[in-house]
Design a protein around this ligand. Structure first.
Ligand SMILES: *[C@@H]1O[C@H](CO)[C@@H](O)[C@H](O)[C@H]1NC(C)=O
Length: 290
């Protein structure tokens, strides 16, 4: 009997670890487009408790842009010499300490007019890096900003308030914690030939901000870097205990030495392949598959 119980307990533990594994895998999905753990729609509004901490997700454009298959005006990868050359914002995501997160917390829809005074900064520091239209919380498709606000911003609302305040808060934190500067001052500059020790990159961030970031890679290149914050916006470590068991899908994990590719620009002349320009509407599938 005790043996059976032990067996049962270890099975239950296994099931639990598997569950958290799946969540972690989801949370490292590029673009945050993984299925939330909660079904979309009205019902879950009540069932989602308030989050524990924030993750500021930053994307390294050159890594994302390698995946662009099309060009369109909304894709910042296609801006030629004006393509972003430093970390840009992916989003500010509320998270739970157990590795899961709430999503689509209210029925508030994205309204670009509310953030019209921020559009200059948003185009520059929070650009879309694809032509696709990600899903909104209401069964439709929307802009990158609309997706981030509806999926994550509505859940941040107890701390960051309405749509305008969400976007301006994110910009302010992004300006305050300049990851690109910290890395370049430590010698980690964009390069198509160098490889850098991921431990050194993490130490540089730790020294500057007293927090351990989470780094996501794609084919050995840094794709995303996440900085985590308490709800007071004091830095804290990102939750990594499940990741460190290294049973997590290796798809998004980083090798010991990583690259920080230099060229974001696609669809223009230069060494990169020229990409076809298409109307944004036709590129929906591209974003969905990312
Ligand atoms: C980050 O720092 C770099 C180097 O000092 C600077 O060029 C860049 O404009 C800064 N980025 C932001 C978003 O403030």
């Amino acid at each position: 009997m005790p043996l059976l119980l032990t067996k049962f307990a270890s099975l239950a533990f296994l099931a639990l670890s598997m569950a958290s594994l799946i969540l972690t895998t989801e949370s490292t999905k590029p673009n945050g487009l993984g299925l939330g753990i909660f079904p979309r729609g009205k019902h879950h509004t009540q069932s989602q408790r308030e989050f524990d901490y924030f993750a500021l997700a930053l994307q390294w454009p050159a890594t994302y842009c390698r995946r662009s298959r099309h060009c369109c005006t909304s894709n910042a990868c296609c801006r030629g010499s004006n393509a972003p050359a430093e970390f840009t914002i992916h989003g500010l995501w509320p998270d739970y300490n157990d590795g899961s997160w709430p999503s689509c917390c209210t029925n508030k829809r994205f309204n670009e007019k509310e953030i019209s005074s921020l559009l200059g900064d948003l185009e520059k520091y929070w650009p879309s890096l694809s032509c696709g239209s990600p899903s909104t919380c209401h069964g439709g498709k929307g802009s990158f900003w609309g997706h981030e606000w509806e999926k994550h911003g509505t859940c941040s609302a107890p701390v960051t308030g309405d749509e305008y305040n969400y976007f301006s808060t994110v910009l302010n934190i992004y300006f305050k914690y300049n990851v690109s500067r910290v890395l370049s001052e430590a010698g980690y500059v964009a390069s198509d030939s160098e490889k850098y020790p991921v431990g050194g990159i993490i130490s540089a961030i730790q020294n500057a901000f007293h927090t351990t970031p989470l780094i996501v890679c794609k084919n050995g290149a840094i794709e995303e870097l996440r900085l985590c914050f308490y709800k007071t916006f004091e830095p804290r470590d990102c939750v990594t205990q499940v990741n460190s068991e290294n049973t997590v899908s290796s798809r998004n994990s980083c090798p010991k030495y990583v690259s920080l590719p230099a060229h974001a620009s696609r669809g223009f002349d230069g060494a990169e392949t020229k990409l076809p320009w298409i109307p944004a509407k036709e590129a929906i599938e591209e974003h969905e598959s990312m």
